[in-house]
Design a protein around this ligand. Structure first.
Ligand SMILES: Cc1ncc(COP(=O)(O)O)c(C=O)c1O
Length: 387
């Protein structure tokens, strides 16, 4: 079966050029970067090169990059690191209701541990409500966390405006840019953020490697204690191959972003247009989005069973739902946008990438159309049988 992958926001395939770059770090350059002999120096040099590539991708200096074990760890480090350094009366953490669970659940955990925490809602477009944010951020706020691109709708947030609001009150700003890297330009100076999270596997790098940008002189506690790696910000022997992969992925993202973005946007628009030809379909959110993502609701459809049907047909898609303790929890993002429970239940996230083709779009759209019609027709038959 020819499979079609339309779930690049969950993860992307490793770019073969990234794999090639990683192999020497797994073979010859296996040294511990903290060792002072030749083997250690090889590993150190590879890490330094990757640090420069990441810094260039986001307009930072290499000294401002801390490598982590994931995007989740980078988000945890930002929120916990800032919270642990916060002192009365400035201890409050403010975050948006459409953040990824890496931010959401860290903020919730901090609330349980005694920090004042407040969340801010979103508009029906899928954007953080900036008026509500301005009303919530005050002189007691230590940190404001707002993502750059939402993982479910692709909606791009006005992070520069978030930073202006935060600055007025002297609060730090954390930006989860995990879904933005490789899709849109990122410039930490223009955004004016203090902290910014990245994850390699969302832009054709390996899983289990991330980075946190920490603006020079930002007061941040370390999550992990141990050796002096990453200038005492993140203890633990570096994942050299992962970091090299992240660096190469960043280099490729910078070189290929303009071409990738235009090509992928055209494919996404075509996929979306094909789906809108079906009856009772609506796009969730509006306004500026990353080029690869669309989120659509199919009237009267249960998207979880649609996803399973599509998987059997060889098409991989996603619903915004999260599986928490075995129970499916409907998308907190779409709910925060005010969508009805039925519309949330019938929503699919489709996300394309560098290796997506026109054939993928055509096959994907045809399969989704068929699966939707099949589910609707069996519902109609069940209704007739009941009557
Ligand atoms: C917006 C966002 N933040 C953070 C993460 C977590 O990154 P990682 O998978 O590297 O832990 C994800 C992954 O889905 C994400 O989409």
């Amino acid at each position: 079966m020819q499979r079609v992958y339309l779930d690049c926001n969950a993860t992307t395939p490793l770019d073969p050029r990234v794999l090639e770059a990683m192999l020497p770090a797994l073979r010859e350059s296996f040294g511990n970067a903290s060792s002072i002999h030749w083997f250690g120096q090889q590993a150190r040099a590879a890490i330094d090169e990757a640090r420069e590539a990441i810094a260039r991708l986001i307009g930072a200096t290499p000294q401002e990059i801390v490598f982590t074990g994931s995007g989740t760890e980078a988000d945890n480090m930002a929120l916990r690191g800032a919270a642990w350094r916060a002192r009365e009366p400035r201890r409050k953490i403010v975050y948006s209701a459409i953040e990824h669970h890496a931010v959401l659940n860290t903020a919730r955990a901090l609330a349980e541990e005694g920090w004042p925490v407040e969340s801010v809602g979103a508009t029906s477009e899928g954007r953080v409500d900036l008026d509500a944010l301005a009303d919530t951020v005050d002189e007691r706020t230590a940190l404001v966390a707002v993502m750059l691109a939402n993982n479910e709708t692709g909606a791009i947030q006005d992070v520069a405006e978030v930073a202006r609001i935060a600055r007025r009150h002297g609060a730090l700003v954390h930006c989860d840019a995990v879904q933005a890297a490789g899709k849109i330009e990122i410039d930490v100076r223009a955004l004016d953020v203090d902290l910014l999270a990245l994850s390699a596997h969302k832009f054709y790098g390996p899983k289990g490697t991330g980075a946190l940008y920490v603006r020079r002189n930002t007061r941040l506690a370390a999550l992990l204690r141990g050796g002096a790696q990453e200038r005492n910000r993140r203890a633990g022997t570096e994942n050299v191959a992962g970091i090299v992969g992240l660096g190469r992925a960043a280099l490729l993202a910078r070189e290929e972003l303009p071409g990738d973005a235009a090509r992928v946007a055209a494919l996404r628009d075509r996929l979306q247009a094909r789906l809108l030809e079906l009856p009772d379909v609506r796009v969730n959110g509006s306004g500026a989005r990353v080029p690869n993502t669309t989120n659509v609701s199919f009237g009267g459809i249960d998207a979880e069973s649609l996803l399973m049907g599509l998987d059997l047909m060889g098409v991989a898609v996603s619903t915004g739902a999260a599986c928490a303790a075995g129970a499916v929890e409907p998308s907190h993002v779409l709910r925060a946008m005010g969508l009805s429970p039925e519309r949330v239940q019938g929503s699919l996230r489709l996300s394309l990438g560098r290796f997506s083709s026109e054939a993928d779009v055509e096959r994907g759209a045809a399969a989704i159309g068929e699966a939707v019609e099949r589910q609707r027709s069996s519902k109609r038959k069940a209704a007739v049988a009941r009557a």
